[in-house]
Design a protein around this ligand. Structure first.
Ligand code: DX5
Ligand code: ZN
Length: 227
């Protein structure tokens, strides 16, 4: 199972509903980047925008909370129509935050920054429904993919499989047709892409192209394994 999650961060904020509608036929999830100007040096969107978008889209809303105090906002995002909320391991209080998200009926995600080692997330793999390995420093779209994260993705995949855990493994940052094969080979199965999709003339076509590149890498990997 492979999912494409366009990030609305790179969409036209003045025409969000239209932008989401255009990409929807080729999107599995919608990735919503929430930034508080504190955990990251940028401010984006909050529950009111999620609530408004909810009226226009039935997609799974995958909300990525790049905020210092996510516990103060999980309920508001749930009430606004979020399906999943991902908190960063760097903000601490991880077990309680994941439990709070699950108690609210949200899919509970745990994100890890590029420079944070795998060991930081290891104790929480069985408490999360999704692990998000950041492949750029969070805060802005359009940055270059950080290849050094690949071993952490592979290690996370190996540990999830070894423990028989079914958490999703997501990557976010600098993902495009060129970088997708490597993350898929490392074990990622949810691909977030902002600029590669919404920066294209036809976002749905770009999402389709990204999926094709990812699926080809997956099949290639399966072929190698069978040899
Ligand atoms: C970055 C955000 C990403 C961002 C990715 O802090 O978490 O979701 O939208 O954008 P691209 O795909 O352009 O790197
Ligand atoms: Zn994100």
């Amino acid at each position: 199972m492979l999912r494409i999650a366009p990030s609305v961060l790179s969409a036209d904020f003045g025409n969000l509903a239209e932008a989401v509608g255009e990409v929807a036929p080729e999107a599995d999830w919608l990735h919503v980047d929430v930034m508080d100007g504190h955990f990251v040096p940028n401010i984006t969107i909050g529950p009111p925008v999620v609530r408004s978008l909810r009226k226009h889209s039935g997609l799974f809303f995958d909300c990525h909370l790049m905020v210092t105090d996510p516990g103060d906002y999980l309920e508001a995002f749930r009430d606004a129509g979020a399906d999943g909320c991902t908190v960063h391991v760097e903000v601490g209080n991880t077990a309680a935050l994941l439990a709070q998200a699950r108690d609210l009926g949200l899919q509970a995600g745990l994100a890890v920054n590029p420079e944070t080692p795998y060991e930081a997330i290891d104790p929480f793999l069985d408490q999360a429904d999704l692990i998000l390995c950041m492949t750029v420093h969070p805060g802005f779209g359009g940055q270059a993919f950080i290849e050094d994260v690949l071993p952490k993705i592979a290690r996370t995949r190996a540990e999830l499989d070894r423990r028989g855990l079914s958490a999703e493994l997501e990557v976010d940052g600098g993902i495009d047709e060129r970088t997708a094969p490597a993350v898929v080979r490392a074990g990622a199965r949810v691909l977030v892409a902002g600029s590669a999709i919404f920066g294209a003339e036809r976002s749905w076509e770009a999402a389709r192209g990204l999926r094709a590149a990812a699926v080809a890498a997956l099949q290639d990997g399966a072929g190698q394994a069978a040899k």
